[in-house]
Design a protein around this ligand. Structure first.
Ligand SMILES: [Zn+2]
Length: 321
């Protein structure tokens, strides 16, 4: 079936590639050039979950991204379904090397342990380093303790390597350099996501491109500084008019609305941040509301476009950039 992009162009189907063509077309309409994907980039960025909030949904998975460099997978955030999303993206679970958690909210952490545990059943037998705010070390230890019956059975029954010794959790408590290896340097900024402290955004500087993941944040000067000149900024995004509909069905509507508005960034402000940081591509992700059909891709883009003239992409699960 032909699909109509929001710029009026008709394209056949609306798979990931076609969507990117739409998004690129929109950018191109306002710019002289525009493809979200860096030509020849060896460092791959795949959006695994682009909806905001922990409620399981049909429309999209909870927050997660993967950066793949020379076959090593660096996963950022572990929302519901992250292991399955990696498989759907064609990234072997056994290539998992590092996991980064931006902050301790369940839409970013629910499948943290499950990712490693299920990856191990899929053949993961090499070291995994994990990074994130406290209590990451305790979470890691208790997760293996909680699932010891299965883990010990599989070691004895299936001849698997012991799992817990593979996993090295590192608690991140301050901004600055997180770590560096032969592929990438990772730097953190403290962002504004009260009452969750600390909450981090992470920057990945690889040989061929730089990618910043905002985590959840209200507009943040620290994030602007972190993202300065980056190729890609994946930013938390809110569409204010949709929040009333989002909270309408819950008993704690007023409190939830205030919470959402106070610690996220509107699409318009995400454009403002992208402009201030001078990034090339802004990816709107952690969409709030995550599944409101009344908010079209064009509406998200138009809001960010008020301030930002670079390429704008509305995040879709399994979209590669
Ligand atoms: Zn959050």
């Amino acid at each position: 079936m032909p699909s109509r992009c929001d710029d009026g162009a008709v394209r056949v189907g609306l798979d990931r590639r076609a969507f990117l063509a739409c998004a690129g077309g929109l950018a191109t309409a306002a710019l002289t050039s525009g493809s979200a994907q860096t030509p020849g980039a060896k460092t791959r960025l795949i959006l695994l979950g682009t909806g905001g909030g922990p409620r399981p949904r049909k429309a999209n998975a909870a927050s997660a991204q993967v950066i793949v460099i020379d076959g090593a997978a660096y996963v950022i955030d572990c929302g519901d379904g992250v292991a399955r999303q990696l498989v759907s993206a064609g990234v072997p679970l056994a290539t998992l090397r590092h996991v980064f958690i931006t902050h301790q909210h369940s839409d970013h952490t629910a499948d943290y342990g499950n990712l490693i545990w299920l990856g191990w059943t899929a053949g993961l037998r090499t070291r995994v380093d994990t990074w994130g705010p406290p209590p990451l070390e305790r979470m890691t230890r208790l997760f293996f303790e909680m699932n010891a019956a299965d883990i010990e059975t599989r070691i004895a029954d299936e001849g698997r390597v012991p799992l817990a010794p593979l996993v090295h959790a590192h608690e991140v408590t301050a901004a600055g350099l997180v770590f560096q290896d032969e592929h990438v340097k990772v730097t953190a900024a403290l962002v504004r996501h009260p009452p969750v402290v600390p909450s981090f955004g992470y920057r990945f500087d690889a040989a061929d491109r730089s990618i910043v993941i905002s985590g959840d944040t209200a507009p943040s000067d620290a994030l602007i500084a972190l993202a300065r000149g980056a190729d890609v900024l994946v930013h938390d995004t809110l569409y204010p008019a949709g929040v009333d509909r989002l909270v309408a069905s819950v008993a704690n509507a007023a409190t939830l609305k205030q919470s959402i508005l106070s610690h996220h960034t509107t699409a318009e402000d995400a454009g403002r941040v992208a402009k201030a940081a001078g990034v090339k591509t802004l990816v709107l992700s952690h969409l709030v509301p995550p599944d409101d059909p009344a908010i079209t891709d064009q509406m998200w883009i138009d809001a960010a476009r008020i301030h930002f003239r670079g390429t704008i992409v509305v995040g879709k699960d399994l979209l590669e950039l």
